[in-house]
Write a protein that binds this ligand. Structure first.
Ligand code: ZN
Length: 497
């Protein structure tokens, strides 16, 4: 069926290209858009969303998929993957009535503004009705797609194919058992990182330094760029990756590490097979895997001794006066600062997973109907005390801190923690597979690691679901034991000596 297959690919690419245009407009909105141009941009984005939806739900795609599924035996293995994944996408796009999609988009837009205002005033009650509506829509969406008895699993599967709440519960329970004692021990340690020693780092020099770092890690600036936005993100695919960062003269490490994080996302997108762009084999394997790529570069690589053996002299060269009174050990400890905070996005990597456990628990209760939206703040605060040892003084730094639920993005948070687990498991696998890897880092050479990730993760596209990919690459089922081992090996020598 070569003809039907080629026609399918052409249709998929058309929808993909429209998606990339929409993505570029979204990037521009966050980076460049003049303040009074928002209405015009909203109109442009809405039209593109409509065109994109029409292209992705084209009846011809359904017809071609039907033909190809009937002739499955004549397809190559790669073609079978494309047909399988295109079917998954097509069903999700076409089974939801367009009125439903429009209603969800309208609600998300209204809920976003309600959330921002409620957060400013720490007024959860004003936001609660939007959250209730989103929850109802999420259950309705799951039922329409045939997941009526497992709406939360549907929400999770949207972000991490094949993953379920039950599977995550097993992983998170084991993680929590190992993590809480480590966190408590570090909290009781007399060793404290000092981040107030970083003052007056000119933005231009910060920009130069992070450019050098991200280029050395392997980001290709001929097929991407980095700009400034309020919240760092990475957008785009294939030949055009747009990353953003933010700068603070008194917090150079924040900018550096968030840029490295986005670079991890960017390297993944740049490593997807360009020739297969627009087909599922040219697309990423899901949120958990994506996050594993950003976390691996940000944490396992860039918080290591080997990384700083190479970059510390360069960092000092750029900022001689600012770092004159900072010792190497102080710098390395600041890079690996552990301090509890109420805010997820400000959290260190040891506490971070506890923030996710909290959200996962609450989302499950909301979907099961065990928890009313009105009772969410109290439940949040109780769990925050239990897991982090901190009680929010206001909903602003508690239940209202994240934007995700305002867009109806339930089942998204667990991906962050799954990404951390996957990153650690990949890390120990690659250390075993490529002896002397960290000695390369100390020379500023990250190419063997990138090459390994290219072959084993990036070039696989959506061939495997999250768990199957981990099993295929590491030879083992996904387990939290590697994340626990990594955290122990990284932080115990610093804080528990
Ligand atoms: Zn990320």
């Amino acid at each position: 069926m070569p003809d039907s297959y080629d026609r399918l690919v052409a249709k998929l690419k058309r929808a993909h290209v429209l998606g990339t245009v929409a993505g570029l407009l979204g990037w521009d909105e966050q980076v460049n858009l003049p303040t009074d141009s928002a209405d015009q941009r909203a109109e442009q984005s809405a039209l593109l969303a409509e065109l994109n939806h029409a292209a992705a739900s084209d009846a011809e795609i359904g017809k071609l998929l039907g033909e190809l599924e009937n002739a499955r035996a004549s397809l190559t293995a790669d073609q079978q993957v494309v047909v399988r994944e295109a079917r998954r996408d097509y069903d999700r796009v076409t089974k939801l009535p367009s009125e439903f999609v429009a209603e969800k988009a309208r609600l998300s837009s209204a809920a976003y503004h309600a959330w921002a205002e409620a957060k400013g005033k720490a007024d959860f009650a004003a936001y609660a009705p939007y959250l209730e509506k989103h929850l109802a829509l999420a259950k309705c969406e799951a039922a329409t797609l045939g997941w009526g008895d497992r709406p939360y699993d549907y929400a999770i599967d949207k972000h991490d194919p094949g993953m379920t709440a039950a599977k995550i519960t097993v992983l998170f329970t084991e993680l929590k058992a190992g993590l809480v004692p480590l966190v408590r021990a570090i909290a009781a340690s007399p060793v404290k990182a000092r981040t107030d020693i970083f003052k007056g780092f000119p933005v231009e020099a910060q920009r130069d330094f992070l450019r050098e770092v991200t280029e050395r890690l392997g980001f290709n600036y001929r097929r991407g760029r980095i700009d400034v936005s309020l919240h760092p993100f990475c957008e785009g695919s294939g030949a055009d990756i747009r990353m953003t960062t933010r700068f603070d003269a008194d917090n150079p490490l924040d900018s550096l590490f968030s840029s490295i994080h986005e670079t991890g996302h960017g390297l993944y997108e740049q490593g997807l097979p360009l020739a297969l762009q627009g087909t599922p084999l040219g697309q990423n394997a899901g949120m958990g895997v994506h996050e594993s790529q950003s976390r691996l570069w940000e944490n396992q690589v860039s918080r290591s001794r080997a990384f700083w053996a190479f970059f510390e002299p360069r960092f000092r060269e750029k900022f001689p006066a600012q770092l004159a009174a900072v010792s190497s050990e102080e710098l390395y400890l600041a890079v690996n600062e552990v301090a509890p905070t109420l805010i997820r996005v400000d959290s260190d990597e040891v506490h971070y997973n506890l923030h996710i456990l909290l959200r996962f628990e609450l989302e499950q209760r909301l979907f099961r109907g065990d928890l009313a939206v009105a009772d969410l703040p109290a439940a949040w605060n109780a769990l925050s005390e239990e897991l982090l040892g901190l009680t929010p003084t206001s909903d602003k730094v508690g239940v209202l801190q994240d934007v995700h639920w305002s867009g109806g993005a339930f089942g998204y948070f667990p991906s962050y923690c799954l990404g951390n687990m996957i990153a650690a498991q990949l890390w120990f696998t690659v250390l075993k597979t490529l002896p002397g890897l960290e000695a390369d880092f100390a020379k500023g050479d990250f190419s063997r690691l990138l090459g390994w990730l290219r072959t084993n993760i990036h070039e696989q596209g959506r061939r495997y679901d999250t768990l199957a990919l981990v099993k295929e690459v590491t030879g083992e089922e996904l387990t939290p034991k590697y994340l626990l081992r990594y955290l122990q090996e990284r932080y115990a020598p610093l804080y528990l000596k």
